[in-house]
Write a protein of this length. Sequence first.
Length: 222
Amino acid sequence: MAIQFTRLGKEIVMAVKAGGPNPETNSSLRTIMQNAKAVNMPKDRVEAAIKRASNKDEKDYEEIVYEGYAPHGVAVLVETATDNTNRTVANVRSYFTKTNGSLGKTGSLDFIFSRKAVFRFDPGERDLEELELELIDAGLEDLYVEGDEEGNDIAVIHTSFEDFGKMQKALEGLGIEVKSAKLERIAQSTSEVTEEQAADVMKLIDKLEEDDDVLAVYHNMA
C-alpha cells in the first residue's frame, strides 16, 4: 500500500504541474484524487502532494514507457515516472537481465497492447443495457460487470484513450460516482504458460513493481 501511495503522490505532482492545483478545473487531478480515495489514501498525503507540486523547486517527473519480454515469450510493458532517467533505465534493464528477459525498443509491443480508458463504478440498481445506449456517444466500447476483492459487483467501462475526457464528463453528467478512472494497457493477445513458467515471469513482474519509479506493469500472460 505504501508504494501505491507513493505512486499516486507522483501522479498528483505531475497533474498539478500540468494543469494547476484546483481539481474543479483540472480533470486529471480530480481523477487521481478519486483513485486515491478508492484505495483509502490519507487526505493529508493527498494535500501534501498538491502543496509539494505547487512548489517551484519540486522536481519534474518524466513519463517513460519500457517494453520487453519476460522469459517464455511473455510481453511486458512498464510505465514509469522518474526524475532520473539514467537510474530508471539501468534498474529496469537489470530486472529484465537478471530474470532472463530482454528489454526491447519502444513501440515494439504496440501490436499486443492497446491503450484504453477504464472506468469502474458501483452499478447499484442501474439498468446497464440502458446505460450502454446513453454512453455510446461518449465513445463506449465495452461495459461489463466484475467482482471486486470483497465479492461486490463493479461495473467496468472501456473506451479509447482519446475519449477519456468525454466519457468522464458523460458519467459525471449522469451522476455516476466513479471509483477509479485510469488509462490502462489491455492485451489483445495472450501467451499461454505453465505454472512453473508463470513463476519465472512473476519474478520479473515483482521486481518491477517494487521499484519506486514504476507506476504500472502490464503483461499478456494468460
